[in-house]
Design a binder for this molecule. Structure first.
Ligand code: PLP
Length: 400
């Protein structure tokens, strides 16, 4: 029989969210009357808003007409790429520097193909699991001993450093995955912090892969929404972003990456040329219908809807954070991000997860699932219907 890819065997545990779903299922089977509420996974719950939805519907309608029909569009609709540059980057990027995709997670997975095995990567610890698990699948990280992986440099983000890491371990000629607003801590790096990240990357000859999937949740206007707000970032950073959490496109699937023309490998070759090659070789572009929805999301009315949807989830975050603080649980995040990072000192986070599930029938995400420094923390997600969030918060009082 065919051999299993040894990289898959190197993955230490099942992917975090399927594991949480499994534990939820087991609890539901044992307690069939329990009304479980999920504040665990970062999946959106509210309907796509009317103007953006009309864009999707119109995109589908056009496909049924001779004049409106379109087929493959590889790197994405020119109009959409231009509009992303205008709305998110003040027109600083050419359309050929913006690549439309089926989402940020998919881009993060595919980007790993550019660097191959043996490329060291630094990650914020804790971090969104795909940076590490994707590196393992790509053969860039091996099964290490203990909780971590060989080839991954963990940059602890803790209360002691206000969730911004010491950057001195950033590898030479490697990668740094950086997510702000951060999933799971909810921390947002300020301008000086991002400037120090860019500085560290340039000095080390490393490339930043900046995940801005939650940038539209930032309300503090002093905080940067993109790595390109920092001078020098074009020489050392790729940015990924997505319509998932802002326009409710988690199931529609639409995102983008920015690969500046001047980004180079050590050998002097252009990274964007290879990215174009990878995308056109193993990816055939985002759905035309999703792109029509994306265009609607980027006009004036669509932007208002995005603001209103993100305001709604931030309202949930405020309710959750207040409920936790009321019972004496210290938390961060939830003000410029949809995640609340709650501290249960000296506790095992899977044990806290089980306690909250058993006492309150509320699903959370154990911090340890996001990296070694996530132990002792539990993540609450603000993605939920308002009445579910309010009911979950009433139940959480039992933890006090
Ligand atoms: N990046 C981060 C930090 C996320 O938390 C998520 C989803 O939870 C994604 C990317 C995935 O985005 P997409 O739906 O565009 O693949």
């Amino acid at each position: 029989m065919v051999h299993r890819n040894p990289c898959i065997a190197n993955l230490k545990a099942g992917y975090l969210f399927p594991e949480i779903a499994k534990r939820r299922r087991e609890y539901a089977q044992a307690h069939p009357d329990a009304k479980i509420i999920s504040l665990g996974v970062g999946n959106t719950t509210e309907p796509v808003m009317p103007h953006i939805n009309a864009g999707l519907v119109e995109g589908a309608r056009r496909l049924g007409t001779v004049e409106g029909y379109s087929g493959y569009q590889d790197e994405g609709l020119l109009e959409l790429r231009e509009k992303i540059s205008a709305v998110y980057y003040g027109g600083k990027f050419g359309a050929d520097e913006i690549f439309i995709s089926d989402g940020a997670k998919c881009d993060i997975g595919r980007l790993q193909l550019l660097f191959g095995a043996g490329t060291k990567a630094a990650v914020q610890d804790p971090s969104y699991p795909v940076y590490v698990d994707g590196s393992v699948l790509a053969g860039a990280a091996g099964a290490g001993s203990g909780a971590g992986y060989d080839g991954i440099v963990y940059l602890p983000c803790t209360a002691a450093n206000n969730f911004f890491p010491d950057l001195s371990p950033v590898p030479v000629n490697g990668l740094v995955y950086f997510c702000s607003p951060n999933n799971p801590t909810g921390a947002v790096a300020d301008r000086e912090q991002l400037a120090s990240l860019v500085d560290a990357a340039i000095k080390k000859g490393s490339l930043i892969i900046f995940d801005a999937a939650y940038s539209e949740f930032i309300r503090d206007t002093a905080l940067p929404k993109s790595i390109y707000e920092v001078e020098g970032a074009r020489e050392c950073a790729i940015e990924v972003n997505s319509f998932s959490k802002t326009a409710g496109f988690t199931g529609v699937r639409l995102g983008w990456s920015v690969v500046p023309a001047q980004l180079q490998y050590e050998s002097g070759e252009r990274i964007s040329a290879d990215w174009n090659r990878v995308c056109s070789t193993i990816f055939n572009g985002a759905s035309n219908i999703a792109q029509a929805g994306g265009l609607a999301a980027l006009d004036g009315e669509g932007q208002k809807e995005i603001r209103s949807l993100t305001d709604f989830y931030l309202g949930n975050a405020h309710i959750i954070r207040s409920a936790l603080q009321k019972i004496g649980i210290h938390c961060t995040g939830g003000d410029n991000s949809p995640y609340i990072w709650s501290h249960f000192p000296d506790r095992d986070s899977w044990e806290v997860f089980s306690e909250i599930l058993e006492k309150c029938q509320v699903v959370t995400t154990p911090g340890a699932g996001f990296g070694p420094a996530g132990g002792g923390y539990v993540r609450f997600s603000a993605f939920g219907h308002r009445n579910d969030v309010e009911e979950a918060c009433r139940r959480l009082e039992q933890l006090g």
